[in-house]
Write a protein that binds this ligand. Structure first.
Ligand code: OGA
Ligand code: MN
Length: 291
């Protein structure tokens, strides 16, 4: 079998000609997965696999090839506030959807991620990969935008790189409460630091050795050892820099797209510009502690 690859901007690759539900079994499957993983990393951290028809079990199995998942046995859960959006049978699956069932119960977290962020950056071991499967998409809108934080780092001046070297940032899920979008889902536990941690501002990728900016407006609270005002000035400069169009790829979803993104080197933003139904399912691979 030959898989086809088409580059997407500076940060991704589109894959066609593969069925992840059936082509990844056995030792041939190991080789094929190796090829996918390599293409994913060489491309810069986003892989768009088209036309997949997979069950929830197959989605989970595929995702586990990247590493253990949040909610796998013996692994930590995602933050409490999203527990009501998890699939009732497969808690590894986080439902991202604006849909409401006949009883008025929401079928997922509506408009999750309508802000620049890197998944779960507020944990000591944040997300490595997120694997998001599009089951229902609106006729127009609901794109997801990705920002290349490795390219953004590379493009900084030597002066800025030197200044950032060794700096640490506090990531805190409760910070999301400061802005409208997440206010209803932040709970007391979060304010008490259940989802707060410290990471280097520049992290080195465990597989490629490439450096990336690792701060995001969604969850980064401030730079350790700086005043909030100083911190805001520096972080805002970095965010403005990293979200220039040259560092972005905007994904217009097709039904049955399966996206894998590397949270260690990308931020993403869910564009909330639609009213029709949108239903997606995400698994989240646990990564290493950033260094
Ligand atoms: C996510 C997320 C983006 C989207 O699932 O982590 O941010 O477009 N979703 O739904
Ligand atoms: Mn997200």
């Amino acid at each position: 079998m030959t898989i086809r690859k088409r580059p997407l901007g500076t940060l991704g690759v589109e894959i066609t000609g593969i069925d992840v539900g059936s082509d990844l079994t056995g030792s041939a499957g190991d080789n094929l997965f190796g090829e996918l993983r390599q293409a994913w990393q060489e491309a810069g951290g986003l892989m768009v696999i088209r036309d997949q028809s997979i069950t929830q079990e197959q989605h989970i199995e595929f995702s586990r090839r990247f590493g253990p998942l949040f909610h796998d046995e013996g692994q930590p859960p995602l933050q409490d506030t999203v527990s009501r959006y998890l699939h009732p049978v497969h808690p590894q699956i986080y439902r991202v959807s604006n849909k409401v069932d006949a009883q008025g119960e929401s079928q997922g977290r509506a408009r999750a991620g309508t802000y620049w962020h890197s998944d779960v950056s507020f944990r000591d071991r944040p997300a490595q990969a997120s694997v998001l499967y599009a089951i229902e998409i609106p006729p127009y809108g609901g794109d997801t935008i990705f920002a290349d934080m490795a390219a953004a780092y590379d493009a900084l001046s030597d002066g800025m790189k030197a200044m950032l070297s060794g700096l640490k940032a506090v990531h805190d899920f409760a910070v999301a409460a400061a802005t409208q979008y997440a206010r209803p889902i932040v709970v007391d536990k979060d304010f008490n630091g259940a989802n707060r941690c410290v990471h280097p501002v520049v992290r080195t990728h465990a597989e490629t050795g490439r450096k990336s900016l690792y701060v995001n407006p969604g969850f980064t609270s401030h730079l350790e050892g700086f005043t909030m005002e100083e911190s805001k000035a520096i972080l805002d400069t970095l965010y403005r820099h990293a979200t220039q169009p040259e560092f972005l790829y905007r994904h217009s979803w097709q039904p049955h797209d399966l996206l894998v993104w590397d949270n260690r080197q990308l931020m993403h933003y869910a564009v909330s510009d639609y009213s029709a139904d949108r239903y997606m399912e995400r698994t989240t691979v646990i990564g290493e502690r950033p260094v």
